[in-house]
Design a protein around this ligand. Structure first.
Ligand code: SAH
Length: 224
């Protein structure tokens, strides 16, 4: 077997030991949902970054994925997934900002169906290929402006947004099912942003701020 084939199969610099260290670190940082940890342990994050960066794939850090975008930090992916699942299992989850597809891949192993919207076509195409390669087939992709959500398939029990907006888009609030949960960073690009958990209650929405985060901006309109 050639060396790059070995690397792709998770041997060498992307070895199980390196992955275990990441899981240990996530535990130390407070991630406690065993399913989330198990799914992160078995998902090959090195397949979601450029080969030149594969040796850094199991560091707890965001990495560039081209088109000025980044693959989210594993801690953030774990934390957001844990928050979504905190009140029990979810069947329909809308994701805004597919990016590399890594968060999508994690979610697809934790919930029944994922609906994922991305505005940059080339990123979406690559993400689609990766999920097929991993045989994760409960994901539907849409190329478009995630600020509008995906109204045709609403409502969703969970919504996750992986880019920051100055405020929560109204369309996303409208598409949240009763009792549904949304995890979204809110704030300005390059400034202090807050991760928010929003729950659709019987009369309106409740909000919880969960600490400072740093995301790339939620932008308008699709790009080829
Ligand atoms: N969870 C992804 C994070 C990617 S970064 C990962 O781990 O790889 C955020 C992504 O949001 C980028 O791919 C960006 O193109 C996308 N994005 C930004 N604004 C958007 C919008 N209005 N609609 C859909 N996607 C958007």
């Amino acid at each position: 077997m050639r060396e790059d084939d070995l690397a792709r199969r998770g041997i060498g610099m992307t070895s199980q030991r390196t992955r275990e260290r990441l899981i240990q670190r996530l535990c130390e940082e407070g991630i406690s949902n065993p399913q989330v940890l198990e799914v992160i342990r078995r998902t090959p994050r090195h397949l979601f970054v450029d080969e030149a960066l594969a040796h850094r794939a199991y560091e707890d850090t965001a990495l560039p994925i081209g088109n000025n975008q980044t693959i989210s930090q594993p801690f953030i992916v774990a934390h957001m997934s844990e928050l979504l699942l905190e009140a029990g299992p979810l069947d329909k989850v809308l994701e805004i900002g597919t990016g590399s597809g890594y968060q999508t891949a994690i979610l697809s192993q934790l919930v029944e169906r994922v609906f994922s919207v991305e505005r940059i076509k080339v990123l979406q195409d690559r993400a689609k290929e990766r999920l097929l390669e991993l045989n994760l087939r409960n994901v539907v992709f849409r190329w478009g402006d995630g600020c509008e959500g995906w109204p045709a398939l609403a409502p969703y029990n969970g919504i996750i947004v992986t880019a920051v907006a100055p405020e929560v888009p109204q369309a996303l609030l409208d598409q949240l099912a009763p009792g549904g949960r949304m995890v979204i960073p809110v704030g300005a690009t390059g400034e202090l942003q807050q991760l928010m958990l929003i729950v659709r209650e019987e009369n309106g929405f409740s909000q919880r701020a969960l600490g400072a985060v740093r995301f790339v901006p939620l932008l308008n309109g699709p790009v080829a």
